[in-house]
Design a protein around this ligand. Structure first.
Ligand code: ASP
Ligand code: MG
Length: 456
């Protein structure tokens, strides 16, 4: 028998000595054999980036380096761990930064090597706490590649090679029974032996890769919120927790920008049909976990359908409305627009088209580039640019076949005199998005929330 569950802890879950102890008791309380995946201590990845930026710009970077090292040392002291346990990694960090300062530049390869240190340090701390006082019988820190994880060579946003899954399984099967591996999230190594990273927030993805390779019963993502919420807590007071939902729904929310889960996490889990459970490190008590009563959001491929599962909002969005000047059938009209946008590296987000016009919003992009793109499009079409919009997104697998539901949404928005600018139902058919002026965005979320989650 091998490990049965992956427990992934994010940066805030291991950000302080107290948090680290809570994590240790959660790991000890999990009745099944866990594999632990962990992020760098909260804020460390950003701090490493900032230190490197200083080195590149010729500023004084050493105090920032000492701050990072000092933070880990305070933690080591608070947790009563071996004082020199990170020494080799601290020296490595200083060497990389010295190199960056000398060259006054940082290549993507060096950036990955530097950032990897955050996770390589945190696994040692957590494994240390776990072995201390016999919290678990045996725990050991591992760099992901030591347990078989391999990536392609795309620095800063590498992908895991599917060919390494078997290798991971082999390595894991060689662990002694009950031994808890504490594995670095976020980082990997290419077949050329270069350290890579999977993109910011990528530890969730690492956890899913290990879970899928091992074939565990559950992938647990432990974070600083209790799970996925019905609506945005900045807009709606105290929205309820979503107890369960489907992979598709969670993927829509993750792609839309719910920071709860890295969007790539769901692919490996869904492929092998492994449930993903999102839970709050500071919301679940260890004895609840031990007795199987911990809740959070459980993501599977067969949730009970509900009218609407969740609402999400994205603010500060710009929209473009483009009208064909000729008002005729114009083959290639859309292709021309999208080519121009692609040339300026602008990716379209929500989109709606009619016979003669097209409206769209964008993912993050640079305003000057959009302005150039608009100039080119104006050669053959009329363009209206509207800044400061909000996108509201409803997610629910019932949206696919319940047409009355969509009617209900729009009549409610009408009653509240909320003007709609772009309406789109994605190909997945479980996401209904619309754009409105910033001042109406939050109102729209509130009325929809009351309709679907309070009034029922
Ligand atoms: N430490 C990395 C980051 O801050 C990866 C992660 O936390 O998931 O992006
Ligand atoms: Mg995260």
């Amino acid at each position: 028998m091998g490990p049965e569950v992956v427990m992934k802890f994010g940066g805030t879950s291991v950000g302080t000595a107290e948090a680290m102890r809570q994590v240790a008791s959660l790991v000890a309380s999990e009745p099944r054999w866990p594999v632990v995946v962990v992020s760098a201590l909260g804020g460390v990845t950003n701090k490493l980036l900032d230190t490197a930026r200083r080195a590149v710009q010729g500023e004084d970077w050493e105090p920032a380096l000492h701050e990072i090292i000092g933070r880990h040392h305070t933690m080591i002291a608070d947790l009563e761990l071996e004082p020199n346990m990170l020494q080799d990694l601290e020296e490595e960090m200083e060497r990389w930064l010295r190199g960056v300062a000398l060259l006054r530049e940082m290549s993507p390869r060096v950036k990955d090597a530097l950032l990897s240190l955050g996770e390589r340090m945190s696994v040692r701390l957590l494994a240390g706490v776990l072995t201390q006082q016999g919290v678990v019988a045996k725990a050991r820190p591992w760099a992901s590649w030591e347990l078989g994880l391999e990536t392609d060579g795309r620095h800063n946003k590498a992908d895991v090679l599917s060919s390494c899954l078997e290798q991971i399984q082999n390595k894991i099967s060689q662990l002694s029974p009950g031994e808890v591996p504490v594995i670095t999230g976020f980082i990997g190594r290419s077949i050329d032996g270069e350290i890579t990273t999977l993109g910011r927030g990528g530890s969730d993805f690492s956890a899913a890769v290990f879970g899928a390779a091992i074939g565990v019963q559950e992938i647990q993502i432990w974070t600083d919120v209790p799970g996925f919420l019905r609506a945005d807590p900045r807009v709606v007071e105290d929205p309820a927790l979503i107890p369960a939902m489907e992979f598709d729904e969670a993927a829509e929310l993750a792609y839309f920008g719910a920071k709860v889960l890295h969007p790539r996490t769901l692919e490996p889990a869904r492929k092998r049909n492994i449930p993903v459970r999102v839970m709050g490190t500071f919301h679940v008590k260890p004895d609840e976990l031990a007795s199987g009563k911990a809740n959070g959001t459980l993501i599977t491929n067969s949730g009970t359908p509900e009218n609407v599962r969740a609402l999400a909002i994205r603010e500060n969005v710009d929209t473009l409305h483009i009208h064909s000047l000729r008002m005729l059938e114009a083959p290639g009209f859309l292709a021309r627009i999208f080519n121009i946008l692609a040339n300026f590296q602008i990716s379209v987000d929500v989109l709606a088209t009619s016979e003669v016009s097209v409206s769209m919003t964008f993912d993050n992009y640079e305003r000057p580039l959009l302005e150039k793109a608009i100039k080119e499009i104006e050669q053959f079409a009329k363009v209206n640019f509207h800044p400061d919009r909000s996108i509201i997104c409803l997610v629910g697998s019932k949206l696919r076949n319940d047409t009355t539901l969509i009617g209900r949404v729009f009549s409610l928005l009408g009653q509240n005199e909320i003007p709609l600018e772009v309406i789109s139902q994605g190909a997945s058919q479980i996401n209904l998005s619309f754009v409105t002026e910033a001042k109406f965005g939050r109102l729209a979320m509130k009325v929809l929330h009351d309709e679907f989650f309070i009034a029922e």
